[in-house]
Design a protein around this ligand. Sequence first.
Ligand SMILES: Cc1cc2nc3c(=O)[nH]c(=O)nc-3n(C[C@H](O)[C@H](O)[C@H](O)COP(=O)(O)OP(=O)(O)OC[C@H]3O[C@@H](n4cnc5c(N)ncnc54)[C@H](O)[C@@H]3O)c2cc1C
Length: 405
Amino acid sequence: MKYDVIVVGAGPAGSSMAGLLAKDGHRVLVLEQAVFPRFKIGESLLPAELPVFEALGFAPAGAAVDKAGADFLDEQSGQFARFNFCDALPGTRGHAYQVDRATFDRALAEHVQALGVELRFETRVRAVRASEHAADVELESGETLQARYVVDATGRERLLCRQHKTFERLEGFGLAAVWAHFEGLSDEAEHELHVEGLGNITVLMLERGWGWVIPLPGRRLSVGFVSAEKGVVSEEFWEETYAASPKLQRLTRGARRSPLQRAGDYSFKNTLPSGARWGCVGDARAFLDPVFSSGVAFAMDSALEGARLLSSALKEGREADPTLLAPLTRKMEHAYHVFGALLHSFYHTRLVEHLFFHDEPNPELRAGLISVLAGDVWRDDNKFQQMILRSARRSERRRAPAPAV
Ligand SMILES: Cc1cc2nc3c(=O)[nH]c(=O)nc-3n(C[C@H](O)[C@H](O)[C@H](O)COP(=O)(O)OP(=O)(O)OC[C@H]3O[C@@H](n4cnc5c(N)ncnc54)[C@H](O)[C@@H]3O)c2cc1C
């Protein structure tokens, strides 16, 4: 057989998985429907990606600017909080990047090609037929390719989730987003974003949701608003929210705005993320919500763990085992659980007011919160993480129907 693994999708999850497997000596083909560079949202990265960059030997260089942490700002009340990753619990990585995804995804794809991955652009996969005996990939062109294993890294297009009808909608988070890029920022804006602002993302607390302000390379800025209510991501919602923000007016003075783009109904879970000779990584497994920028981190972390499990199975001829990726499922379920609890507190409690904007927060809880914001969720010494998980369990118990008597 020509290929050990066929990966569908060349986003951060697919390219990382392919590159790590190729580094380990496996023959890998990536099939990507688009031509790169192509636009993608998901520009604010976390320190949790750094171990994956290192494992791949990849540096985002020109596609990225440095990000020290995350700022939260309520312009109406004037409340502000800055969480720099270097103030997290010991062991959490201390910095991250903001990236232009078109350039970043292309640079990562080129990097993994140099590691030996074969990549075909403009190749859309129609279906995957996998069993304990074989794995076939059917292309839109009518061609069928075989491999010992197939990885679904198709992002929110979730090829296998659709094919198997294993979609579960996640309720209770932000409902829809509208965003634009601004180009040609002034010297003053660049100073405010990168010198005073340390390259941080700013999360704007809004009456009807929240907004993101993400500095990008090349004097550009990504601005988006997320609504927690149904049906309000209209152009008027954008215009009103943008006009009401002194920070945005200041930062974008004299800059050119791109057309608005929108996304909605994005919070979901694939209830069957792997089987015999196939597995999903990245958003094809689940996507929760954009507010804490966990998407690319979880995409790359799932690829790192998936590649580790699959690589040794391929060497030992165990790749048909349907339980091969069960440890990956446990690892990612834990991550979704922690972020799900944080998101629930963000959208439905006064977490931001009581903890984020608190003048003298408990230092241990604050450091623990920053570790979670950095995506460092697989540790057992984080009191903040334990606290939000306990509180999530209490609300689940309250929501559960009373047992029948
Ligand atoms: C509004 C919004 C804001 C966000 N902001 C952030 C943020 O600030 N930070 C962050 O980390 N994340 C953010 N995210 C999430 C982020 O976009 C994703 O988590 C991330 O892109 C997932 O990477 P991936 O590799 O799994 O999938 P993707 O990046 O979506 O890549 C999937 C690839 O598969 C290809 N593909 C799909 N179907 C097929 C097919 N049938 N055949 C061949 N190729 C196919 C696609 O063309 C694409 O290139 C945001 C998401 C939303 C909705």
